[in-house]
Design a protein. Sequence first.
Lengths: 351, 238
Amino acid sequence: MNANAPTKINRPLHWFAVATAIATFLLLGAGGLVTSHEAGMSVPDWPNSYGYNMFAFPISKWTGGIFYEHTHRLWASVVGLMTTILAIWICVKDSRQWMKWLGVIAFLLVVAQGVLGGLRVTMKMDSLGIFHGVVAQTFFVLTCAIVLFTSRFWIELASQQKTFSVPRGLRSHVLFVTILIFLQLILGATMRHQHAGLAISDFPLAHGKIWPDTNPDAIARYNAERMEATNVNPITAFQVILQMVHRIVALVIFAGVAAAVGLSVKRLGKKDSLTKLAIFWLALIILQIALGIATIWTNKAADVATAHVLVGALSLVTGALWCIIAFGRSAKSPETQNETFGAFGTFAANK
Amino acid sequence: MKISSIFLLAATLAATPVLRAADIVGTITFKGTPPAEIPLTQMEDNADCMAMHTNTPTTHHYVVGPNGEFGNVTVFLRNADGSEISGKSTGAAAASAVLDQKGCLYDPTILAVQTGQKITVKNSDDCIHNVHAIPKVVGNQEFNDPQQPGGADLSYSFPKSEMFLKFQCDVHPWMFAWVSVFDHPYFCVSGADGKFTIKNVPPGKYTIVAAHRKAGEQTQEVEVKDGNATVNFTFEAK
C-alpha cells in the first residue's frame, strides 16, 4: 500500500466505528448503573457468574443488583468484540500507519478495561473501580476519535491544501479546559467509588454552610443524622472535602467553557464549525451542572446519577474532538504550521 | 501444722468474703422521639423479596419500645482506665453466633462476637444473596461469597477486634448488618425490652460502654465485687 497516497473514505468502516462508539456509550451507561445501584460486587466471581459460564447464566437468576452487574458484563463482551473487529478492519483497510496503531491501542485498552473490571471484583479493591471508571471514559474518547478520523470530514480536511487555522491561545485554552474536565471525571469516579452515598446532602449550601465543618464531631453528627436505607459506608471528612472540590471545579469548568465560546466567536466567527461545537459544549456543561444538582436533590437517584456520568463523558469527548479538529486545521494552515506539534502535522498529511 | 494455726486460717478464710464472677445487668432507655425510619423503597422493585412482606419494610436504625426501651445497643466493658480489654477472648471455644438472611433482611442487624468466634451465616430465603463483609481493621479479611437459596451455611471469624464491622448484600443493597468484634467475652446487645446482661465478669473496676451507631456512645464506671452490678443508660433524642 502506498503510504503517501491520499486516504480513501471507507464508509462501512466509518459506520462500524460509529456503532462501536455508540455501543461504548451505552456500556458507560450500563457501568454507571452498576455503581449507582451499588451492585458492583453483587456477582462475587469473575469471569464466571455464580459458578456459571458468563454466557450461560440463567436469566431467572438476574435479580436485584445481579441484573445490572451481569448485563453490564455481557454488554462489555459485545463492545470488546466490536473493538476487536474494528481494530482488525483498520489494520487491514486503512492506509495510515498511525491509524493502525490507534486500532491496536483501542484493542489493548478494551482488553485492559475488561481485566480491570474483573480484578476489581476478585480482589475486592475500590481503587480498581476508580481506574475502571476512568479508563472507560478514556476508551470512549478513543472510539469517538476513531469515528472522527474515519469520517469524510476529517479525510477531506486532511486533503485540503490550506485551512483556516485556530489561534494557538484558543487551542491551548480549550485543551486546558478539556484536561480539567478529565480531572473532574477522576474526582467524580473517586467520589462514586467511596460507596458512601452523598457526603453532602444539600445544595447550594453544604451541611447548612458555605463551607462545611469537617472536624471529627461534625463528621460524627453527619453520620448520626443520616438515616441510610442502603448499605453505604459512613461519611468521612475526605469525602466531604472531595465533593466541595468537585463543586468548585465544576464552576471553573463552566467559566472555562463559556470563555471558549466567547473566544471562538471573537477569533473564528459565529459560523465556524468549531464555534458551534463550543456552544454545544457549553450546553452540555450547563446540563451537567443541572444533573449534578439534581443528583443531590434526588438523594442520588440511580438514573439521575448515571445521566450525570454520561453527560460528563460527552463533555470530555466534545472537548477532546474540538482540540483534535483545531490542531488538525492548524497543522494545515501556513500561518501555524511551524508551531503545531509534528504528530498533528502527520495526521493532517495522512502519512 | 498446729491445730491452733489451722483454726486461725479457717477463721481468716471465713471472715474474708469470697469474690466470684458476677453479672452486670441494666436497662437502656431512649428519651424523646427517635428520627423516623425510612421505607426500603428499593425493595419494592424486587418481587422475590416483596413476596415475603405484606408492606414495605423500613430501616431499623432505632429500636425503641413504647416506654422508651432502647434495643440494639452494644454494651461492653473496657478497663477502668478506658483502655480496651484484650487477650481475654474465649471465642474459639464459644458457640457459633448466627446471622440469618430472612425476608431479604439481616437478622439480627446488630451482632457482637469475640475474636475467633464463628459466625454462621444462613440463607433462609428463596433467592440468592451474596455475603460481603467489609472490615476496616488491618488483619480482618474482607470477603464476598455467593449464597444460593437452600445452600450451605457459611462460616467466618475475625481475628481482630473492631466496632461495627459491616456485612452487606450487594444483590439487595438495602441489606446491611453491623457486627462488633471484641477480644474478650464481656459484651452483649440490649434486647427489644432495653435490658442487657454481661455475664461472668470477674471482680474489679471497669468502664462500661453503651454504643449505638446513631445515638452515640456513653460510658460509666462500674465495679463488680459482691454479686451482680446494675448500670442503666439513658439516651436522648437530639
